[in-house]
Design a protein around this ligand. Structure first.
Ligand code: GLY
Length: 390
């Protein structure tokens, strides 16, 4: 009860923060905020992988508040992403982030058929990145050198729901096959014995065999980049939700156990769980993503999360203890962020401070839009006001 009252009070603060912010930032596609003012990736970087998250926030707010300005701005952003759909060099494994939170969200909320077409085009493109030899979805492009033709990354687990959605609306099982084969490859080659995950794995793109792994955006090879751990626990929970394959649920739980065991006492998430003890670098976005993923996992384990048309989880309601542990950890992460890392006033555009894109970048600890998205999603998930976009 006490937790629910807390969640409702935070949801109220979110609802109060955004009306003025959205009005004064009309037409923008934000990635970060500089001195409290959103930047605009729409001007020079429309292909950037994070460009769907602001629209995702707007759709969540539209669903909860019904204000037309949120819908208008989300649809304006969706139209800007048409330039990305037309550019094979801009399209990559992150199509789920770009198009589930824009076009597919629009279709889900308004029934807009044009938006549905955009979502299906994006899904076709994502499925087209599948390498049937290694059973993985290729991550980034490389301007034709072939250098990255065999690279797959953990983040892609979050993009598979675009394929599950395309299967649901077209009944074409190609989309499903690609998604589960990629998930199976990740389960085998990314998830370590202790429940931590690798960021990047390189396969031989011709034979499909494992070549090597990289530390990627984390501290070093063999380390545990926290946002990658969060993508993985959330992504496997989503694959379970869409397929009912119990091995995905087991994998999500294993990664979640590792994540929960490594949450520092103060609840603030480092950039990498293996970074030197003397380094205090933080990534608030990892905390927000993990919180939202843990809440979903908790709902699945307690039998409270079902997708329409899916068979009920036969294990539901027998895992109350695990469900409670995931919820408690998620609440700790969210409370820590709400108290220490959120700008609640409408005078600053960003919500979360201290996001970090990559450990070895020159710049760290700045506002990043996906941190805001996942924090808002998680709070609305707690209050039951969320529109489920995955
Ligand atoms: N998907 C890239 C990242 O999490 O930074």
């Amino acid at each position: 009860m006490e937790q629910q009252i807390w969640a409702i009070s935070i949801a109220d603060k979110i609802k109060k923060k955004y009306p003025k912010i959205v009005e004064r930032n009309r037409g923008k596609v934000p990635y970060t905020a500089i001195d409290g003012v959103f930047d605009d990736q729409g001007r020079h970087n429309i292909g950037w992988w994070t460009n769907g998250f602001y629209a995702g926030m707007l759709w969540q707010l539209y669903h909860v508040c019904g204000c037309e300005v949120y819908r208008e701005e989300a649809q304006a952003l969706e139209h800007k992403l048409d330039a990305v759909l037309m550019d094979p060099y801009a399209m990559d494994h992150d199509s789920g982030f770009r198009f589930l939170l824009t076009a597919v969200a629009d279709f889900r909320l308004t029934g807009n058929e044009e938006a549905k077409k955009r979502g299906l085009l994006a899904a076709e493109n994502l499925a087209g990145r599948f390498n049937p030899q290694g059973n993985f979805i290729r991550a980034w492009n490389d301007n034709g050198s072939g250098e990255k033709a065999g690279w797959a990354i953990i983040d892609c687990m979050m993009n598979l729901p675009l394929l599950y959605w395309a299967f649901e609306v077209t009944k074409d099982p190609r989309f499903y096959h690609v998604a589960v084969r990629h998930a199976d490859t990740v389960k085998k080659h990314f998830v370590r014995e202790d429940g931590s995950v690798r960021h990047i794995v390189e396969f031989d793109p011709k034979s499909g065999s494992f070549v090597q792994d990289f530390g990627g955006q984390g501290y070093e090879k063999g380390s545990s980049w926290t946002r990658g751990q969060a993508w993985a626990l959330y992504g496997f929970a989503l694959s379970y939700l869409h397929t009912r394959d119990g091995s995905y649920l087991d994998t999500a739980e294993k990664i979640a156990d590792y994540f929960m065991a490594n949450i520092p006492e103060n609840g603030l998430i480092p950039v990498d769980f293996c970074q030197p003890k003397t380094c205090a670098l933080e990534d608030s976005t990892a905390g927000a993503i993990a919180a939202s993923g843990l809440l979903l996992l908790s709902q699945i384990l307690s039998g409270k999360k079902e997708l329409p048309g899916k068979h009920r989880n036969p294990l539901a309601n027998v895992m109350e203890k695990e469900s409670e542990a995931a919820k408690t950890a998620a609440e700790k992460l969210l409370k820590t962020l709400a108290k220490n890392r959120c700008s609640w006033g409408a005078e600053r555009d960003e919500l979360l401070e201290k996001g970090t894109a990559a450990f070895h970048d020159e710049t760290h600890e700045f506002p990043i839009i996906y941190g805001d998205y996942f924090f808002i999603e998680a709070v609305f998930r707690l209050t039951g006001e969320e529109i489920f976009l995955w």
